[in-house]
Design a protein around this ligand. Structure first.
Ligand SMILES: [Zn+2]
Length: 255
């Protein structure tokens, strides 16, 4: 292992022991964005580079926009945990993980500062220059672990990143009064919703029943793509936004 970061934008290189070779010959074709959920980025860096934590990521972006690399892109970092996207479960082997410092929902969830978003945007574009990553494979930790994770959360500016060519975004359909489908509902409309979420990449079983698992996935979808109301109900705005994203996903080029 060399002592130099992969990204010229990383001004600090603090190797984490929590890394290993990527499995099955995988190379990065996915980006997973996180928030740290800790009091400070210094505390996050300390934790992510401690052997006992058993967690790590490739990059950490602090609130001032400073970028630290701790695992080489060629290696497997331990950031995704139990997760699923597009039918795959070993997402650490195919992804690059970026931790974006924010204390998060349990401590003090706040807006991501401009300097930090600028750094995240530049870092993603820099990674794309080395790895082909499809727009639909730029995801939130909450997308791949619904019900378990909420990061980076509804305050994260996905629209801004999409404007720069990072990830998929359509303007969310406006909210309407009707509540749509929700927990307890059954039938073909629920199955159709499950099929659409599954086709987009979420881990959903086609059961025709709106259970807790589906509610968690709809909440994760809303947190990322329709943040105005996060209630786990498939209202008309949620359905319409998902339908247009499916079309956009087909059209989007690989970065
Ligand atoms: Zn996370």
């Amino acid at each position: 292992m060399t002592a130099a970061p992969d990204s010229p934008l990383a001004t600090l290189w603090c190797p984490s022991p929590n890394r290993e070779p990527r499995r099955n010959g995988r190379t990065p074709d996915m980006l997973v964005l996180h928030y740290t959920g800790m009091d400070s980025s210094e505390a996050a860096l300390d934790w992510l580079t401690r052997e006992e934590s058993k967690v790590s990521c490739h990059y950490l972006v602090d609130e001032e926009g400073g970028i630290t690399q701790m695992v080489r892109e060629a290696e497997r970092a331990w950031h995704a945990g139990q997760s699923l996207w597009a039918g795959e479960t070993d997402l650490n082997s195919c992804s690059i993980g970026i931790e974006i410092h924010n204390p998060g929902h349990d401590i003090d969830y706040r807006d991501f500062p401009e300097a930090q978003m600028e750094a995240v945007e530049a870092l993603c574009l820099d990674i794309f220059a080395r790895h082909p990553i499809a727009a639909r494979r730029v995801v939130a930790h909450s997308d791949i672990a619904p019900g378990r994770k909420r990061d980076p959360g509804e305050k994260f500016d996905w629209a801004r990143l999409a404007n720069a060519g990072i990830g998929l975004w359509v303007t969310p359909a406006p909210l309407e009064g009707a509540l749509g489908l929700g927990p307890g509902d059954e039938g073909e409309a629920v199955a159709a919703l499950q099929r659409d979420l599954d086709a987009f990449g979420y881990g959903v079983e086609i059961t025709s029943t709106y259970g807790r698992g589906l509610e968690n996935v709809v909440e994760a979808f809303q947190r990322h793509f329709r943040p105005e109301r996060i209630d786990g109900r498939a209202d008309a705005s949620t359905r319409d936004t998902l339908a247009r994203l499916l079309v956009a996903a087909q059209r989007a080029p690989i970065a």
